[in-house]
Write a protein that binds this ligand. Structure first.
Ligand code: 1HE
Length: 263
């Protein structure tokens, strides 16, 4: 385990091939200030190649209370506000379209920019205490961390409109039903599951990892004709890698694990 923490409010440790980033500002419910957003970007883009998956979680009773509202007061002008939002975009792009899969563990408040951050990760695990909200509507502002692009793709535009117009919070179970997270676990069980999933994700072949993170979401949103072509190109790139050949050979030689039935 080595400590790579880039700024106050973020702490990072590595555990084998997995880096664990913790939002560590519990007195402010892990609200994200500019330094933390920039720190996330630097961290996620700068991990050495030995890191093959990342877990993000929050210290204290909440995952993240979103934007540090203290900073909204200080924003000087329209151009400054636009660049503030673009800074969040760059950081969260780095998470969604970086080199490695990112698993988030969500508990307590997953609100505003906290939900936007979670939406940029690839696998979301909610603990039962988690609640999801978009209080931007109540604060007189709007999503600014890429959430208006990502969150409707997870839970649909009508539900996002409902949450923003009425201040509706979703329970963890409602959020899972709506598609906001892939897993729902008991309180305190999220991090262990995240480590397990991250280790599995870290073990997939390099080219498959690239395809899942970079090609799949673009194919899914492309015109189907372009999608089929991109898929064929991506599949042939992956399949002709020596690593793919070795893995297939291992299966045929009965040296690789079979597909497991669900628990
Ligand atoms: C904060 C923030 C924050 C807490 N910025 N300081 N996000 C919000 O509108 C959510 C606002 N927060 C809350 O509704 C609640 O704090 C929680 C439901 C998250 C947690 O409640 P609780 O009772 O555990 O904590 P608390 O007593 O409300 O807050 C503890 C302290 O954290 C308190 O400061 P203190 O100095 O009085 O101790 C709060 O002021 C502070 N705090 N949340 C700053 N967000 C890129 S665009 C993204 C746009 C958004 O994210 S908008 C949504 C902002």
């Amino acid at each position: 385990m080595s400590d790579l923490s880039p700024c106050p409010g973020l702490s990072v440790h590595t555990n084998g091939a997995v880096a664990v980033i913790r939002l560590s500002r519990p007195a402010k419910r892990n609200a994200l200030n500019e330094a933390m957003v920039a720190g996330l970007r630097t961290l996620v883009s700068g991990f050495p190649s030995a890191i093959r998956a990342v877990v993000i979680h929050g210290e204290g009773d909440h995952f993240c209370a979103g934007l540090d509202l203290g900073e909204v007061d200080g924003e000087p002008d329209l151009a400054g506000a636009i660049h503030h939002s673009l800074g969040w975009h760059r950081a969260f792009q780095e998470i969604q379209f970086g080199r490695v899969p990112v698993v988030s563990v969500l508990h307590g408040a997953v609100v505003g920019g906290g939900f936007e951050l979670a939406a940029a990760t690839h696998i979301r695990i909610a603990e039962r205490s988690a609640f999801f909200a978009l209080p931007e509507g109540q604060r007189g502002i709007f999503l600014g961390g890429g959430g208006s692009v990502r969150i409707p793709r997870l839970i649909g535009t009508p539900l996002v409109q409902d949450m923003m117009l009425t201040g509706r919070s979703l329970s963890a179970a409602e959020a899972q039903g709506a598609g906001a997270c892939q897993y729902l676990v008991d309180d305190g069980a999220g991090l262990a599951l995240a480590m397990d999933l991250a280790r599995k994700a870290a073990g997939i072949a390099e080219m498959t990892r690239f395809a899942v993170i970079h090609a799949l979401p673009r194919i899914a949103e492309a015109d189907p004709h372009i999608g089929y072509l991109t898929e064929a190109l991506m599949a042939s790139a992956a399949q002709t890698m020596p690593e793919a050949k070795a893995r297939v050979r291992d299966f045929l030689a009965k040296k690789a694990a079979k597909v497991a039935r669900p628990d």
